[in-house]
Design a protein around this ligand. Structure first.
Ligand code: KG4
Ligand code: ZN
Length: 416
């Protein structure tokens, strides 16, 4: 089963071609092409993603990225090059249908009609596309593009929930197509999904059977990283920038022989700060990060202008507060639910400190959880990409879930 997947839910234009083998018992995947074009530089001046700019960029990027993905695919599979056709070979009805599907994406339509008629349909079995959640103007570009390709190439199209993509991305430990270690998920599983738009704890009874047991009541963890980064004058996306500065702080303080004792006053001349760990002791599995951001704002105002050491200390404490909250809440859910697998995924799962603390927590938490396997998404697959969309689509096809043809973008699509 070869799937060509498209992801445009936010500020990454991504296309992947993935070959899926075996059924649900031990699914294995071979990533034949994995293309991601990030728009972060375009959105950076605004400190966040601007939906209409994202839409414009997706329209511009999809055809060049498809072209690259197909080239890679042909190289990997040693396929011969294309027979050229001219647009005139297409019956007027086909052109009219494509024009109708891409009526709201004129720039993409022009590129589509210039390129697609010159190539033959690639040897794939299905197409997949992100349906939501995400920014609707951005989602629509990918959906309409996928619908037009499905029509022209006569392939089935699987709509995919972006969050399912993040969860099952852990089935691919590496995007190097020559290495194919098999990963299995033992159920029940618990997933911590932490991204720019989501912070959720999800109980997974079996493949694609999800129940959200906790979520953020306001800002997502990634959003908190992004907002505090902005306060500190760091570029968007804030997560990697804060992590880098936090590392500088730990390196400096350990070089001076002091472990950063957070919130306990100066450490070898380097000031430390204390930020709240929101909802750590609440009886549920919910999160809240807007208070943390506000506390950071007060500190920045109070201490302004911040020197480099102060900015690094604040970045360190912000990362610690977010990571500690995520790890402790996850530990609480693990103790209560005793799953056989813990999945940590989403953009924030790329954070090294989060990975370190999660690994430590799970090995020391309780003897009852000694056999609980920890699956953290590969850093290249934790932020948005289309490989994860292909993986989720494969699971849908294996489960023979009903696939609707006339689906629309759903910015608030839920998991359960
Ligand atoms: O999953 P993702 O690419 O997009 C969404 O679906 O939201 O996640 C993006 C988020 C951003 O908020 C970004 O700051 C955060 O993930 N992020 C990180 C790191 N890399 C990306 N946060 C902390 N540490 C990182 N290394
Ligand atoms: Zn995402």
């Amino acid at each position: 089963m070869r799937i060509l997947a498209i992801e445009t839910s936010c500020d990454e234009t991504a296309i992947s071609i993935v070959e899926a083998k075996d059924g649900l018992e031990t699914p294995s995947f071979d990533v034949l092409a994995h293309l991601v074009s990030s728009q972060t530089k375009i959105h950076a001046p605004w400190g966040g993603v601007v939906p209409n700019l994202a839409k414009r960029e997706h329209q511009k990027n999809l055809i060049p990225i498809l072209r690259q993905a197909l080239t890679k695919f042909k190289k990997v599979k040693k396929l011969s090059s294309d027979r050229k056709e001219k647009i005139a070979d297409w019956p007027p009805r086909k052109i009219a249908d494509v024009k109708k599907i891409l009526a709201r994406e004129p720039e993409l339509l022009a590129r589509f009609l210039k390129f697609i008629p010159t190539i033959t349909a690639p040897p794939i079995d299905a197409l997949a596309v992100t349906r939501g959640p995400g920014l609707e103007p951005a989602l629509w570009v990918g959906i309409n593009f996928a619908k037009a390709l499905a029509l022209v190439w006569q392939k089935p199209l699987v709509p995919v929930n972006h969050l399912e993509g993040h969860i099952y991305s852990v089935l691919i430990p590496t995007i190097n197509h020559k290495l194919k270690p098999k990963i299995s998920i033992s159920f029940p599983a618990l997933a911590l999904l932490v991204s720019g738009g989501h912070t959720e704890l999800i109980l997974i009874k079996n493949w694609l059977e999800h129940k959200t047991i906790g979520q953020t009541l306001d800002d997502a963890a990634g959003e908190c990283f992004d907002k505090v980064a902005r306060l500190l004058g760091l570029p968007y996306p804030g997560g990697p920038a804060i992590a880098k500065l936090a590392k500088q702080f730990s390196n400096e303080t350990s070089a001076r022989g002091a472990t950063p004792a957070v919130g306990q006053g100066p450490a070898s001349g380097w000031k430390t700060y204390s930020l709240p760990r929101p909802m750590l002791h609440s009886p549920d599995f919910n999160f809240s990060f807007s208070g943390l951001k506000t506390a950071a704002l007060y500190l920045v105002k109070k201490e302004s202008p911040l020197n480099q050491a102060q900015r690094a200390a604040l970045a360190y404490e912000c990362q610690q507060a977010i990571v500690e909250t995520l790890v402790k809440k996850t530990a609480k859910a693990l103790i209560k639910l005793k799953p056989r697998t813990l999945i940590v995924t989403g953009g924030v799962a790329a954070n090294q400190e989060l990975k370190r603390q999660m690994k430590k927590m799970i090995t020391t938490l309780s003897p009852e959880l000694a056999d609980c396997q920890l699956l953290i998404s590969n850093s290249q697959l934790s932020t948005d990409n289309a490989t994860m969309i292909a993986v989720a689509a494969h699971l849908h096809l294996q489960k023979k879930k009903k696939i609707s043809k006339n689906f629309s973008a759903d910015g608030n699509l839920k998991l359960d």
